[in-house]
Design a protein. Structure first.
Length: 348
């Protein structure tokens, strides 16, 4: 059969002499250098979120996300992948993901350095990643990045039902959590198929079937553990960016609460009747939420954006409660002072 012929070919003296002479390690180093150059070149290109990229029927907002996925997949394609290099390919995959996470993290550092007028103050010691973002981008563009991050997470999703075979974060865990996770991602499936093909090609070797099966399960678990570590980096990135988005929205909304302080004087001086609708500052307060919903409605799933809205409303409500209490306390103190003044006037 074909499997037996492959085993015979691999043991042929011509093949072994070739491998000794040329070393598969040299091949891996050349591939690694080439892929890193492509990634670094892409990461240096200016991103403005003004274009869409489609790769394998998936929509992306950053070219760097597409290139990252391409470079992770290329290692496991026919004509590139070698069984002997599986451990190195898996480690390199983790390195590629770490490089991508660092690239995206630079966006947070970039927008935090923007001035109030939208300009960006560049410093001589800025890393190259800081120059990969177009001036004028704000926290509202976080939604575009998270869209790409969530797509990459789906590509590297691991088997949630593999039990305690691994110690990774994303793939193991209790059954209740696992039942709500996505199925195995396309890239994960691609890697697992390579591991399975390794066993099929060596089944006619002297190694027993039980030993091969155990080795295969260990390799499958190891591969998914490494993917879970990469997924953990993306989840942490997702959390950091979501928290920053929420904090920016809270700050934008709370700034409009300054209108609370002027309400007592307006109604006291003009003797206006009690209001029947929201005050003017409320419209300004909710405008940042409306703008974010408009920007992200076609980019992110509704539940994620809704979660941001809930967090923002809760925090702004707490600020409103505190400031409203201070305003009311001030009014009460003023009323007491006026009463004492009137009392003293009548006495004298």
């Amino acid at each position: 059969g074909v499997g037996g012929e492959v085993c015979v070919l691999r043991k042929n003296v011509c093949v072994t002499n070739f491998e000794r002479r040329w070393k598969v390690g040299v091949y891996f180093s050349m591939r690694q250098k080439d892929q890193i150059q492509k990634l670094d070149t892409c990461f240096r290109e200016v991103c403005a979120f003004d274009k869409k990229f489609v790769y394998d029927n998936q929509l992306f907002w950053m070219k760097s996300s597409v290139e990252t996925l391409k470079q992770m997949r290329v290692m496991f394609r026919e004509g590139v992948y070698l069984h002997a290099l599986l451990p190195r390919f898996l480690r390199f995959l983790s390195e590629i993901m770490s490089r991508y996470v660092c690239h995206v993290q630079s966006f947070l550092a970039f927008i935090k350095r923007h001035n109030s007028d939208g300009t960006f103050e560049s410093l001589p010691d800025d890393p190259p990643e800081m120059r990969a973002w177009k001036q004028g981008l704000t926290y509202a563009h976080i939604g575009f990045i998270l869209s790409d991050v969530l797509t990459l997470l789906r590509w590297i999703a691991t088997d949630p039902n593999r039990g305690n075979a691994s110690s990774g974060g994303g793939g193991g865990g209790d059954t209740e959590t696992a039942s709500h996770m996505s199925p195995v991602g396309p890239l994960t499936q691609m890697i697992l198929e390579k591991i399975d093909s390794m066993e099929q090609e060596t089944q006619r070797d002297a190694v027993s079937g039980d030993t091969l099966s155990k080795n295969r399960e260990k390799l499958r678990a190891l591969a998914q553990d490494l993917l879970d570590m990469s997924a953990g980096q993306l989840h942490a990135l997702h959390t950091d960016m979501s928290e920053y988005m929420v904090s920016c929205l809270v700050a934008a909304c709370v700034s409009s609460l300054a209108g609370l302080k002027g309400i007592p004087s307006i109604y006291r001086m003009t003797n206006k009747p009690p209001p029947t609708r929201a005050s003017a500052y409320v419209e300004n307060l909710i405008r940042p939420l409306q703008q974010i919903r408009e920007v992200t409605s076609s980019v992110l799933a509704g539940p994620l954006v809704q979660g941001w809205m809930v967090q923002v409303v809760d925090r702004v409500a707490d600020q409103f409660k505190e400031q409203a209490y201070q305003v009311m306390h001030t009014v009460e103190q003023q009323e007491l002072s006026l009463k004492r003044l009137r009392a003293n006037t009548h006495t004298h």
